[in-house]
Write a protein that binds this ligand. Sequence first.
Ligand code: DGL
Length: 240
Amino acid sequence: MRIGVFDSGVGGLTVLKSLIDEYPNNEYFYIGDNKNNPYGDKNKDELYKYSTKIIDYFITIKIDLIVIACNTICSNVYDLLKEKYNIPLIGVIDATIEEFIKSNEKEVLIMATKATIDSKVYENKIKYYDPNIKVLSIATKELVPLIENQEDTKPIINKYLENYSNINCIVLGCTHYKLIQNNFNKNIKIINSSDGIIKQIKKYIKDSKKEITIYTTGNEYLFNKLCYKITGMKAKKLVL
Ligand code: DGL
Protein backbone atom coordinates (compact mmCIF):
# COMPACT_ATOMS: atom_id res chain seq x y z
CA MET A 1 0.00 0.00 0.00
CA ARG A 2 0.99 3.61 -0.39
CA ILE A 3 2.03 5.09 2.95
CA GLY A 4 2.76 8.78 3.50
CA VAL A 5 4.94 9.78 6.44
CA PHE A 6 5.76 13.36 7.41
CA ASP A 7 7.53 15.53 9.94
CA SER A 8 9.14 18.96 10.10
CA GLY A 9 12.50 17.51 9.07
CA VAL A 10 14.79 14.54 9.71
CA GLY A 11 13.07 13.41 12.95
CA GLY A 12 10.32 11.43 11.26
CA LEU A 13 12.95 9.49 9.30
CA THR A 14 13.41 7.49 12.52
CA VAL A 15 9.76 6.44 12.23
CA LEU A 16 10.11 5.82 8.48
CA LYS A 17 13.14 3.60 9.13
CA SER A 18 11.24 1.51 11.70
CA LEU A 19 8.33 1.14 9.28
CA ILE A 20 10.55 0.10 6.36
CA ASP A 21 12.39 -2.42 8.53
CA GLU A 22 9.14 -3.98 9.77
CA TYR A 23 6.97 -3.70 6.65
CA PRO A 24 9.38 -3.51 3.70
CA ASN A 25 6.90 -4.33 0.94
CA ASN A 26 5.10 -1.03 0.73
CA GLU A 27 5.42 2.20 -1.18
CA TYR A 28 6.63 4.87 1.21
CA PHE A 29 6.55 8.61 0.55
CA TYR A 30 8.25 10.78 3.15
CA ILE A 31 8.07 14.56 3.46
CA GLY A 32 10.43 16.48 5.73
CA ASP A 33 8.99 19.99 5.89
CA ASN A 34 12.36 21.68 6.47
CA LYS A 35 11.17 24.91 4.93
CA ASN A 36 9.02 25.40 8.04
CA ASN A 37 11.30 23.71 10.58
CA PRO A 38 11.20 23.82 13.56
CA TYR A 39 7.50 23.19 14.20
CA GLY A 40 8.00 23.33 17.97
CA ASP A 41 7.74 27.12 18.23
CA LYS A 42 4.76 27.49 15.89
CA ASN A 43 1.13 28.14 16.85
CA LYS A 44 -1.88 25.92 16.09
CA ASP A 45 -2.91 27.87 12.97
CA GLU A 46 0.54 27.51 11.46
CA LEU A 47 0.75 23.83 12.37
CA TYR A 48 -2.66 23.23 10.81
CA LYS A 49 -1.63 25.09 7.65
CA TYR A 50 1.62 23.11 7.23
CA SER A 51 0.05 19.73 7.92
CA THR A 52 -2.99 20.24 5.67
CA LYS A 53 -0.68 21.28 2.82
CA ILE A 54 1.24 18.03 3.19
CA ILE A 55 -1.83 15.83 3.61
CA ASP A 56 -3.51 17.46 0.59
CA TYR A 57 -0.40 16.66 -1.42
CA PHE A 58 -0.44 13.05 -0.21
CA ILE A 59 -4.07 12.78 -1.30
CA THR A 60 -3.19 13.97 -4.81
CA ILE A 61 -0.62 11.17 -5.13
CA LYS A 62 -3.19 8.60 -3.94
CA ILE A 63 -1.73 7.72 -0.57
CA ASP A 64 -3.77 5.09 1.37
CA LEU A 65 -2.58 5.86 4.90
CA ILE A 66 -0.67 8.66 6.59
CA VAL A 67 1.67 8.39 9.54
CA ILE A 68 2.11 11.74 11.27
CA ALA A 69 5.66 11.21 12.51
CA CYS A 70 5.59 14.41 14.53
CA ASN A 71 4.53 14.85 18.14
CA THR A 72 4.10 18.60 17.69
CA ILE A 73 1.45 18.16 14.97
CA CYS A 74 -0.21 15.28 16.82
CA SER A 75 -0.41 17.13 20.13
CA ASN A 76 -1.84 20.32 18.65
CA VAL A 77 -3.97 19.64 15.57
CA TYR A 78 -4.55 15.88 15.37
CA ASP A 79 -8.28 16.16 16.20
CA LEU A 80 -8.79 18.90 13.62
CA LEU A 81 -7.04 16.82 10.97
CA LYS A 82 -9.13 13.75 11.87
CA GLU A 83 -12.26 15.86 11.45
CA LYS A 84 -11.16 17.19 8.06
CA TYR A 85 -9.93 14.00 6.37
CA ASN A 86 -11.37 10.53 5.74
CA ILE A 87 -7.99 8.97 5.03
CA PRO A 88 -6.52 6.97 8.00
CA LEU A 89 -4.17 9.23 9.99
CA ILE A 90 -1.91 7.49 12.48
CA GLY A 91 -0.23 9.65 15.11
CA VAL A 92 2.76 8.87 17.30
CA ILE A 93 1.54 9.94 20.74
CA ASP A 94 -0.75 7.07 21.76
CA ALA A 95 1.85 4.55 20.61
CA THR A 96 4.55 6.29 22.65
CA ILE A 97 2.37 6.44 25.75
CA GLU A 98 1.51 2.76 25.37
CA GLU A 99 5.24 1.94 25.40
CA PHE A 100 5.66 4.04 28.54
CA ILE A 101 2.71 2.38 30.33
CA LYS A 102 4.22 -1.05 29.58
CA SER A 103 7.36 0.01 31.45
CA ASN A 104 5.37 0.20 34.73
CA GLU A 105 7.35 3.25 35.81
CA LYS A 106 5.56 5.53 38.28
CA GLU A 107 7.48 8.70 37.49
CA VAL A 108 8.44 10.07 34.10
CA LEU A 109 10.05 13.09 32.53
CA ILE A 110 8.62 14.14 29.16
CA MET A 111 11.11 15.93 26.91
CA ALA A 112 9.47 17.51 23.86
CA THR A 113 9.10 20.70 21.86
CA LYS A 114 7.50 23.77 23.43
CA ALA A 115 4.27 23.31 21.46
CA THR A 116 3.97 19.68 22.57
CA ILE A 117 4.67 20.46 26.23
CA ASP A 118 2.30 23.47 26.19
CA SER A 119 -0.50 21.25 24.82
CA LYS A 120 -0.20 19.02 27.96
CA VAL A 121 -1.27 16.05 25.84
CA TYR A 122 1.29 13.64 27.31
CA GLU A 123 0.57 14.74 30.85
CA ASN A 124 -3.22 14.52 30.47
CA LYS A 125 -3.20 11.17 28.70
CA ILE A 126 -0.82 9.55 31.17
CA LYS A 127 -2.74 10.97 34.15
CA TYR A 128 -6.01 9.77 32.61
CA TYR A 129 -4.57 6.26 32.48
CA ASP A 130 -3.20 6.41 36.03
CA PRO A 131 -3.52 9.57 38.16
CA ASN A 132 -0.79 8.28 40.49
CA ILE A 133 1.93 8.52 37.88
CA LYS A 134 4.09 11.59 38.44
CA VAL A 135 4.58 13.40 35.14
CA LEU A 136 7.31 16.04 34.85
CA SER A 137 8.05 17.88 31.64
CA ILE A 138 10.61 20.12 29.98
CA ALA A 139 10.28 22.00 26.71
CA THR A 140 13.63 21.27 25.15
CA LYS A 141 13.56 24.07 22.60
CA GLU A 142 17.20 24.06 21.52
CA LEU A 143 17.40 20.39 20.52
CA VAL A 144 15.67 20.25 17.12
CA PRO A 145 17.79 23.00 15.49
CA LEU A 146 20.96 21.39 16.90
CA ILE A 147 19.94 17.97 15.56
CA GLU A 148 19.00 19.34 12.13
CA ASN A 149 22.40 21.09 11.94
CA GLN A 150 24.22 18.00 13.27
CA GLU A 151 25.69 19.88 16.20
CA ASP A 152 26.64 18.45 19.59
CA THR A 153 23.60 18.05 21.87
CA LYS A 154 25.34 16.53 24.90
CA PRO A 155 26.08 19.76 26.82
CA ILE A 156 22.51 21.01 26.43
CA ILE A 157 21.03 17.64 27.44
CA ASN A 158 23.19 17.69 30.58
CA LYS A 159 22.02 21.20 31.32
CA TYR A 160 18.36 20.26 30.88
CA LEU A 161 18.73 17.26 33.17
CA GLU A 162 20.68 19.09 35.89
CA ASN A 163 17.64 19.26 38.16
CA TYR A 164 16.36 15.77 37.36
CA SER A 165 19.17 13.59 38.64
CA ASN A 166 16.73 11.14 40.30
CA ILE A 167 14.72 10.46 37.19
CA ASN A 168 14.68 6.81 35.98
CA CYS A 169 12.51 7.11 32.91
CA ILE A 170 12.36 9.68 30.12
CA VAL A 171 9.88 9.84 27.26
CA LEU A 172 11.42 11.44 24.18
CA GLY A 173 8.25 13.11 22.93
CA CYS A 174 9.78 14.35 19.70
CA THR A 175 10.75 12.09 16.82
CA HIS A 176 14.01 14.00 16.32
CA TYR A 177 15.25 12.94 19.74
CA LYS A 178 15.69 9.26 18.85
CA LEU A 179 18.66 10.44 16.81
CA ILE A 180 20.40 11.58 20.01
CA GLN A 181 19.20 8.77 22.28
CA ASN A 182 22.81 7.64 22.80
CA ASN A 183 23.63 10.96 24.45
CA PHE A 184 21.51 10.06 27.47
CA ASN A 185 22.79 8.25 30.54
CA LYS A 186 22.59 4.50 29.86
CA ASN A 187 21.00 3.86 33.28
CA ILE A 188 17.90 5.84 32.40
CA LYS A 189 15.05 4.03 30.65
CA ILE A 190 14.35 5.90 27.43
CA ILE A 191 11.07 5.59 25.52
CA ASN A 192 11.13 7.00 22.00
CA SER A 193 8.38 7.84 19.55
CA SER A 194 9.09 5.31 16.83
CA ASP A 195 9.11 1.88 18.46
CA GLY A 196 5.41 1.80 19.42
CA ILE A 197 4.12 2.90 16.03
CA ILE A 198 4.96 -0.46 14.46
CA LYS A 199 2.23 -2.25 16.43
CA GLN A 200 -0.23 0.59 15.99
CA ILE A 201 -0.07 0.38 12.20
CA LYS A 202 -0.07 -3.41 11.80
CA LYS A 203 -3.79 -3.83 11.21
CA TYR A 204 -3.75 -1.44 8.24
CA ILE A 205 -0.83 -2.93 6.35
CA LYS A 206 -1.44 -4.61 2.98
CA ASP A 207 1.78 -5.58 1.26
CA SER A 208 2.47 -4.32 -2.26
CA LYS A 209 5.65 -3.42 -4.16
CA LYS A 210 8.64 -1.94 -2.37
CA GLU A 211 9.43 1.67 -3.20
CA ILE A 212 10.72 4.54 -1.10
CA THR A 213 10.62 8.22 -2.07
CA ILE A 214 11.92 10.86 0.29
CA TYR A 215 11.31 14.58 -0.11
CA THR A 216 12.38 17.67 1.74
CA THR A 217 10.79 21.08 1.30
CA GLY A 218 14.08 22.67 2.45
CA ASN A 219 17.75 22.47 1.57
CA GLU A 220 18.43 18.98 0.12
CA TYR A 221 22.16 19.19 0.73
CA LEU A 222 21.84 19.67 4.48
CA PHE A 223 18.93 17.25 4.78
CA ASN A 224 20.68 14.51 2.83
CA LYS A 225 23.67 14.33 5.15
CA LEU A 226 21.46 12.91 7.89
CA CYS A 227 18.90 11.32 5.60
CA TYR A 228 21.60 9.17 4.02
CA LYS A 229 22.97 8.16 7.42
CA ILE A 230 19.52 7.12 8.68
CA THR A 231 17.98 5.53 5.58
CA GLY A 232 20.84 4.94 3.11
CA MET A 233 18.87 7.05 0.63
CA LYS A 234 18.81 10.60 -0.65
CA ALA A 235 15.88 12.99 -0.73
CA LYS A 236 14.58 15.08 -3.59
CA LYS A 237 13.35 18.63 -3.28
CA LEU A 238 9.58 19.13 -3.14
CA VAL A 239 7.98 22.52 -3.62
CA LEU A 240 4.67 22.64 -1.79
N1 DGL B 1 9.94 15.96 15.17
C1 DGL B 1 8.82 16.75 15.54
C2 DGL B 1 8.18 16.29 16.81
O1 DGL B 1 8.09 15.08 16.98
C3 DGL B 1 8.92 18.25 15.31
C4 DGL B 1 10.04 18.97 15.96
C5 DGL B 1 10.14 20.43 15.52
O2 DGL B 1 10.15 20.69 14.33
O3 DGL B 1 10.20 21.31 16.40
O4 DGL B 1 7.69 17.05 17.60
